[in-house]
Design a protein around this ligand. Structure first.
Ligand SMILES: Cc1cc2nc3c(=O)[nH]c(=O)nc-3n(C[C@H](O)[C@H](O)[C@H](O)COP(=O)(O)OP(=O)(O)OC[C@H]3O[C@@H](n4cnc5c(N)ncnc54)[C@H](O)[C@@H]3O)c2cc1C
Length: 462
């Protein structure tokens, strides 16, 4: 550790995940003296148990599907199976490359990195490894961990969380996935591609229930076609071990059996026994409460990332961390518009969105003020070449800006960058219609949807 006992940092950060390390990098860049405390691995959930490993598994699954389906494209290949050890190695190699890069970045910005389990010991200090680290300001960024339900014990073998699923050394023959949100459908997709017989159990009426209903329905149709089974609208009641797996019973008495049960019902904040309450930090059900500038009720303490009740996404953590760093450095900051945060679910097919759903738009602006338009990817050359189907759905305030973009289709996640510019710059359909999109790309689907909404459809019917 570089500091001595008398050092007072400008910023002491507890937790080196997306939120914490982004704050550290930006604060150091702005000339602040930063200490970053991490008990496990720099990079946190996203790098080691979240975004990156899941996308590596999904990509391996995509290649398996392509091998199986190669004949459709006139290519002779045979799918011989999944070598799970090699898949895990590929995933781990991706992680370790990024991990090394991140460690180098933190070191190069002269952030004082402290490995150890920290605890908030005063409004301006964190205790770690028997030492008190003082700062003018403290940032809490301890993230989240998988949640379970009362009476449902995650044993790490047959009843598992996403953390276990990412290191599972076998492809399960069958799996029940509890929860049809982002994490649940991503694992369903990857496992199905690997050859697992998958059943998702979701208590709400739709898969990816926070998305626009149209996207949920398109995903459900695509999953049905892929043979991914799901049971919607009934909640979980109990789980018991069988001779070779797990049996799940729902509230209506229906039962499902699988070799493993993946519990993917969400993640809860890491805030217990860390001194937060003792130091007077206001909390709600374990989440640290913050204002729109990520300030807690204690003037010297801020909080970011999954620990606070905003969207649990890595790029939200980055943005919140940067906001705190810039505020502490005296720069002008503006609150984050959470509706303007792009969201992608990387299953096959992908679901991507930004802005509000049609239902939310109707609540906000009144049902008679909301206009929607759907553009089917069947009319998009690139999607046809890829043999993917789906839609772009736009939600517009009548005669005004586009306030929601909802897309389903393989690779459509890549189009969310343009969609977020449209939403965040409050673009009118006529303005987007003016922009030329490269042919043949999937971005044309966004362009065509706006042409149609502006009243001049090209490759779609009036
Ligand atoms: C399976 C899965 C897939 C995901 N996929 C995506 C995706 O595709 N895109 C996306 O945007 N998001 C995704 N996420 C969400 C994303 O990973 C999180 O939103 C993000 O990691 C939150 O960052 P954070 O910094 O708040 O917390 P974390 O990343 O959880 O980091 C918190 C850090 O604090 C450390 N810590 C905790 N307590 C202490 C302590 N007392 N002392 C020292 N250190 C401590 C932890 O070890 C951890 O490293 C996914 C999550 C999961 C689980």
């Amino acid at each position: 550790m570089a500091n001595d006992a008398s050092t007072v940092f400008d910023l002491v950060i507890l937790g080196g995940g997306s939120g914490g390390y982004a704050a550290a990098l930006r604060a150091a860049q702005l000339g602040l003296d930063v200490a970053l405390i991490e008990k496990n691995k720099l990079g946190g959930t996203c790098l080691h148990q979240g975004c990156i490993p899941t996308k590596a598994l999904l990509h391996a699954g995509e290649i398996a599907d392509q091998a199986r389906e190669s004949e459709q494209f006139g290519v002779k290949a045979t799918f011989e199976g999944i070598d799970i050890a090699a898949v895990l190695k590929y995933k781990d190699d991706v992680i370790s490359g990024l991990y090394k890069g991140l460690q180098g970045l933190v070191a190069s910005r002269k952030v004082t990195y402290i490995e150890g389990e920290g605890r908030l010991s005063s409004p301006t200090s964190v205790d770690v490894n028997g030492q008190r680290i003082e700062g003018r300001h403290v940032l809490l960024a301890t993230g989240s961990v998988p949640r379970s339900l009362p009476g449902l014990t995650i044993d790490g073998n047959r009843i598992i969380s996403s953390d276990h699923a990412l290191v599972l050394d076998r492809v399960p023959k069958s799996a029940i996935i509890l929860g049809g949100g982002v994490i649940g459908v991503e694992f369903a997709s990857a496992w199905k591609s690997f050859g697992t017989d998958v059943t998702i159990v979701e208590g709400l009426p739709h898969l990816v229930p926070v998305e626009d209903e149209n996207s949920s329905k398109l995903l459900e149709r695509a999953f049905r076609k892929r043979g991914i089974k799901f049971n919607l609208g009934t909640f979980f009641q109990s789980a018991e071990y069988t001779a070779d797996g797990v049996k799940v019973t729902l509230a209506d008495g229906k039962t499902f059996e699988g070799e493993v049960l993946l519990v993917a019902i969400g993640r809860g904040p890491v805030s217990q026994n860390l001194g937060y309450e003792e130091q007077g930090v206001a909390m709600d059900r374990g989440y640290v409460l913050v204002d729109e500038f990520m300030r807690t009720n204690v003037p010297t303490i801020s909080a970011v990332g999954d620990l606070v009740p905003t969207l649990q996404l890595a790029h939200v953590g980055f943005a919140e961390g940067i906001l705190v760093a810039e505020r502490l450095a005296g720069l002008k900051t503006v609150p984050i518009d959470y509706d303007g945060v792009p969201r992608v679910t990387y299953c096959h097919p992908e679901v991507a969105s930004v802005g509000v759903t049609e239902a939310k738009a109707k609540e906000l602006y009144g049902a008679d003020k909301v206009v929607t338009l759907k553009y089917n990817l069947a009319g998009n050359g690139r999607s046809k070449i890829l043999k993917t189907s789906g839609e772009v759905k736009l939600v517009q305030v009548r005669d005004g800006a586009v306030v929601g973009v909802h897309m389903v289709g393989d690779r459509m996640g890549e189009q969310v960058g343009e969609a977020q510019l449209i939403y965040n710059w409050e673009a009118l359909p006529t303005e987007v219609a003016q922009l030329i999109h490269a042919h043949p790309t999937q971005s044309e689907a966004l362009g065509e949807a706006h042409l149609a909404l502006a009243g001049k459809p090209l490759h779609s019917h009036d």
